[in-house]
Design a protein around this ligand. Structure first.
Ligand SMILES: [Cu+2]
Length: 158
């Protein structure tokens, strides 16, 4: 009887000795997977812009005002972006692009970045197709001399 008792005690002690080793190997696994997570965080960020018709600062020297030909609803709406210098003079030296889609249905309707066309009046125009009711997001990117200098988003419900 006493032999059994010691044998069980021996087993218990052995299993406790293994615990720290096990915990260590678990931590090694975690630290291995950590760089993969931080690598995925490099996707560009599109901060929410003030609403349509409001001034949206572009750095310190410019601002933009965006709007639509009608309140966004099912069908096609034309998005208009006007860019001004801080003095209020219209500026057409930018390249303007936008991607639209439904955040709740990632991959379903994204158009990819589409270039705005510059009108004679100096407005940047792009048709946006709203193909179903729900939550929508337009992601705006501004480039100057080929470099991205602004990103912003507008969320709305249809
Ligand atoms: Cu959808």
């Amino acid at each position: 009887m006493k032999k059994w008792y010691f044998f069980i005690l021996f087993l218990v002690v052995i299993s406790f000795l293994w615990l720290p080793l096990y915990a260590e190997s678990q931590q090694k696994h975690k630290s291995k997977s950590a760089p993969a997570v931080s690598g995925a965080a490099q996707a560009p960020v599109y901060p929410s812009m003030p609403g349509p018709g409001k001034k949206v600062p572009i750095g310190n020297d410019y601002y933009l005002i965006y709007g639509f030909d009608k309140k966004p609803k099912l069908g096609t709406v034309i998005m208009k972006v006007e860019i001004f210098t801080k003095e209020g003079k219209k500026d057409t030296s930018f390249e303007v692009k936008a991607d639209s889609g439904m955040p709740s249905m990632k991959g379903a309707h994204e158009t990819g970045e589409q270039p705005f066309k510059l009108s004679k009046k100096g407005d940047y125009l792009l048709p946006i197709n709203i193909v179903m009711p729900g939550d929508w997001e337009i992601r705006l990117t501004l480039l100057k001399e080929g470099k991205v200098i602004f990103r912003g988003s507008y969320q709305f419900d249809v």
